[in-house]
Design a binder for this molecule. Structure first.
Ligand SMILES: Cc1ncc(COP(=O)(O)O)c(C=O)c1O
Length: 375
């Protein structure tokens, strides 16, 4: 069991099949260990510029890209504070725990917001939007691309154009899909597309990134009481000269630049998206062969995290523990789905070979737990 505890000398030897934080390759850890100049130096500015350029390519956008010293939730809150005026109404399209979080952030910041959602496991569809958008005029709409709790991927290509047609600004939380699934920001007209980097980017946690449209920047200038640390205008002003207003985690930005280079120039974006698609398909095939059902409605399954129904009613905590003993970390369900589902993260640098090795171990563990049930 010692390997599953904090190990001062060796660190964790677990193979992470989690929906973040995920395994970070050694080349990134080595890159991050390289000494840097301060954040008010030319070398830092050059690095910051490379990060911005790389992010624009990953997001298929000419919009400005920002770096935040926070996790994704920080940018979710920044969107609420910077883009929603006091007398306006925002719409949160929630399909699970992270959509609910965005609504909670609106409430905690004293913004008027309406939450509309569908049954857990389902996605937002154009038909659903027809009903929802006819009720009210919304100034800003918040939505997840990939809902990490239910493992549902919203059909952004179909729904974002409809949201934009309503005249609202559209913010997409792509935390568990950015750099793993193609999101074409400019083509769809997404105003803010955000993520933290400990998921599909396969970097250590502590950094988040987003793109921001000119329309969103213009709107920000009309909104009062945007807060201090996450004021988009302050961040944008410094971003213009390739800096951040406050001290950023410089080694992590170095890691981000190295990983963007890997994604864009070594693996290649299309190949990376294709690999994630194969990982999703392989996991769904395994579930089918194991007589397990996927939690998401067919056709909306995520290719970065699979949420699988606990069809055999096994003890999910024990399942996770047994997998830990075999050297793999998978996770139980999230929130209200804690025991009803378990989740397999297949994002970042995971290969089909890695996934197959883990799924073989999982088959054995589930068989063992089912045998135990019969005793
Ligand atoms: C879809 C989604 N949004 C937001 C978050 C919050 O991210 P962070 O922990 O980086 O703030 C998560 C974390 O799992 C997520 O999956």
């Amino acid at each position: 069991m010692s390997d599953i505890h904090y190990n001062k000398e060796k660190g964790s030897k677990l193979k992470l099949f989690t929906p973040g934080p995920v395994f970070v390759p050694e080349r990134i850890l080595n890159e991050m260990a390289i000494p840097n100049d301060t954040h008010r130096s030319k070398p830092y500015e050059e690095m910051h510029a490379l990060a911005k350029e790389g992010l624009q390519k990953v997001l298929y956008t000419k919009n400005k890209c920002l770096i935040f010293t926070s996790s994704a939730t920080g940018i979710m809150e920044a969107c609420v504070r910077n883009l929603v005026k006091k007398d306006e109404k925002a719409l949160v399209l929630s399909i699970g725990a992270f959509g609910d979080r965005w609504y909670q952030i609106c409430v905690e910041n004293g913004k008027k917001a309406v939450k509309e959602g569908v049954e857990l496991g389902k996605a937002i569809t154009p038909e659903f939007l027809e009903k929802v958008l006819s009720k009210n005029n919304y100034s800003v709409i918040f939505i997840q691309s990939n809902e990490t709790s239910t493992g549902v991927y919203n059909p952004l290509d179909d729904i974002v154009p409809i949201l934009k047609d309503s005249g609202a600004l559209v913010c997409v939380d792509a935390t568990s899909s950015m750099a793993g699934v193609k999101v074409e920001v400019d083509k769809l007209g997404i105003d803010v597309c955000l993520a933290s980097v400990q998921k599909c980017f396969a970097l250590p946690p502590g950094l988040a990134v987003c793109s921001i449209s000119e329309e969103a920047i213009e709107k920000t200038s009309q909104v009062k009481e945007r807060g201090y640390y996450f004021d988009f205008l302050t961040l944008l002003k410094k971003n213009e000269v390739n800096q951040t207003p406050n001290t950023p985690p410089i080694p992590q930005i170095r890691g981000l630049v190295a990983q963007l280079d890997h994604i864009l120039n070594h693996e290649g974006l299309e190949k990376r998206f294709q690999r994630h698609l194969q990982l999703g398909k392989r996991t769904r095939m395994w579930a089918r062969d194991a007589n397990l059902e996927m939690f998401p409605e067919k056709g909306y399954e995520s290719n970065t995290v699979s949420t699988i129904k606990n069809t055999f009613n096994i003890d999910c905590a024990e399942l996770v523990l047994m997998m830990l003993k075999k050297g793999f970390r998978i996770v139980n369900g999230y929130g209200s789905l804690m025991d009803k589902t378990f989740r397999i993260g297949h994002m970042g640098e995971i290969t089909l070979k890695d996934l197959t090795e883990m799924l073989n171990a999982l088959t054995d563990v589930i068989s063992g737990l089912r045998l135990k049930q019969l005793k």
